[in-house]
Design a protein around this ligand. Structure first.
Ligand code: ADP
Length: 479
């Protein structure tokens, strides 16, 4: 239908005013720009979103509010539209609000002409909340992935299980083929733990917190400790579920056991000299008014027990100081051979063992002499304890370009190759349950820490059956 010219004009005005109302009233942040990318008009929703007033925005450049990383791409799209005739474009970008915070928007820009002049109409769709949700979900996924943890859900009606990334890994499955349900999951647990967990799951009530620790046998037959924490929830009228986390606590459990073992070893170690000391003191008490010729021997015994107690307590204190990062070195310059002589006096004086000190006699180092002597004494005492048949202990001092090396060698049973990497760890004893030799498994750990603090290295070469060479180095720069 053809309208007369004046009616066309009215129609245009009508359209214009309709557009005007939509532009002003819509909750979609919108603006109109010209070919110089200058903002000509903005609506209320845009000022709300970006925080700047209409006056501040009008006349500004559209890319002034874009995040730096989005500017080049946004600018290119504008060029394609204005210079190469593309009628519109879309992009997702980030904009900087007046308060400095960021908003993520889907941008749609459409070109239009009025009186032969080109303009563009831009609508922004704010998806910041979604983006933040996505980011927090991503963060959670990454955190879960790196945390030996998995999230899972048990539908209490169907008894089926849904799970997050990491669930199979935790249970030792590499494929994702398994159709998990309650039964399959329960089968993973060792029988005694399975019974306990089954009982819990059979009698849950809405709002109940579940905290269960049990052992599973993974697909590879590895036993793992799992902590299962969850809450029983009502989702809707029909659906009830337990939503929770599974967490691999094997390491914690091992550490707990290590600590328990350690406490019993430490008590046992302390008890032996304490009992001996108590015995000596009781006899001394009895003979206090009429000493017998046994007195000197008893005093010596008491003093030996006392030194053993002191050295055990010392080791414990040192180990806890190391754990708290509180070992402070007192460095002085001293002659190594002399220090070795001095600290091995107790062995040479006993006459049971022969100590041969070889190598360079004139080496001086700048180190904490007391602590270096402690390392040497530990090596020597270990040679006596663990290689009792080897009556000669050789200590050698050698120099290389960069460092000074001290080696303590015995000809005892040596150490099995597979045990060597663990020797310098806390609480480690090669013969974990042996009563034959005493020790807290702390000596080499403390020694390693002392040497590490000096910037040196520590280690052992051992040929099982032929003996062991325990060595450490000290850097020459400090020597
Ligand atoms: P401990 O206080 O138990 O002696 P250490 O940390 O000094 O602890 O030593 C750790 C373990 O290394 C010992 O339990 C022992 O089994 C082994 N070990 C240390 N020195 C020797 C050695 N010279 N020959 C054989 N085994 C040794």
């Amino acid at each position: 239908m053809n309208l007369p010219p004046e009616e066309y004009k009215d129609k245009f005005h009508e359209c214009d005013s309709r557009f005007e109302s939509i532009f002003n009233l819509t909750s979609a942040p919108s603006k109109i720009i010209d070919s110089n990318l200058t903002i000509l008009r903005v609506n209320h929703a845009l000022t709300e979103l970006i925080g700047y007033s209409e006056d501040e925005l009008i006349g500004a450049h559209i890319l002034d509010y874009a995040c730096e990383e989005d500017k080049p791409h946004w600018h290119n799209l504008q060029l394609e539209m204005w210079k190469r005739g593309k009628p519109n474009f879309k992009l997702d970008a980030c904009i900087v609000k007046k308060d400095g915070t960021l908003a993520w928007v889907h941008v749609t820009t459409i070109m239009f002409k009025e009186n032969d002049v080109e303009y563009a109409y831009t609508i922004l769709d704010d998806f910041t909340d979604w983006k933040k949700l996505q980011e927090s979900e991503d963060r959670l996924t990454v955190a879960i992935k790196n945390s030996n943890m998995a999230v899972w859900e048990l539908d209490l009606a169907t008894r089926s299980i849904s799970w997050s990334n990491g669930f199979e890994q935790l249970l030792g499955y590499r494929d994702t083929e398994v159709n998990w349900d309650e039964q399959k999951w329960l089968e993973m647990f060792l029988p005694e733990d399975r019974i306990k967990l089954k009982k819990i799951l059979e009698k849950v009530t809405i709002g109940q917190d579940i905290d269960f620790q049990g052992r599973i046998s993974t697909q590879d037959g590895v036993i793992k400790w799992i902590n299962f924490h969850g809450k029983v929830e009502k989702v809707d009228r029909k659906k009830k579920r337990i939503l929770g986390t599974l967490y691999d606590i094997t390491r914690d459990k091992l550490a707990e056991r290590e600590k328990d073992d350690f406490i019993s070893i430490a008590s046992h170690e302390l008890k032996t000299p304490l009992t001996a000391l108590k015995g000596s003191l009781q006899v001394l008490e009895r003979m206090k008014n009429a000493p017998t010729p046994k007195l000197p021997q008893l005093l010596e015994q008491a003093s030996k027990s006392m030194s053993r107690i002191t050295s055990l307590v010392d080791e414990l204190l040192n180990a806890s100081r190391i754990a708290e990062g509180q070992m402070h070195l007192k460095k002085t310059r001293f002659n190594l051979s002399k220090a070795i002589d001095e600290c091995c006096l107790h062995v040479t004086a006993s006459g049971n063992y022969q100590i041969e000190i070889g190598g360079s006699k004139d080496v001086e180092v700048e180190a904490d002499s007391e602590r270096i002597q402690r390392v040497i004494v530990n090596f020597v005492n270990n040679a006596i304890k663990y290689a009792p048949g080897s009556k000669k202990i050789v200590i050698r001092v050698s120099r290389s370009k960069d460092d000074v090396r001290i080696t303590v060698s015995d000809h005892g049973p040596g150490i099995p190759k597979e045990k060597i990497p663990h020797l310098f760890k806390r609480f480690y004893r090669v013969d974990q349950h042996g009563d034959q030799y005493s020790g807290l498994g702390l000596g080499l750990y403390i020694s390693a820490e002392i040497i590490r603090r000096h910037g040196g290295d520590i280690g052992v070469y051992s040929d099982p059956g032929k003996g062991a060479d325990f060595w450490f180095t000290l850097p020459k720069s400090g020597s």
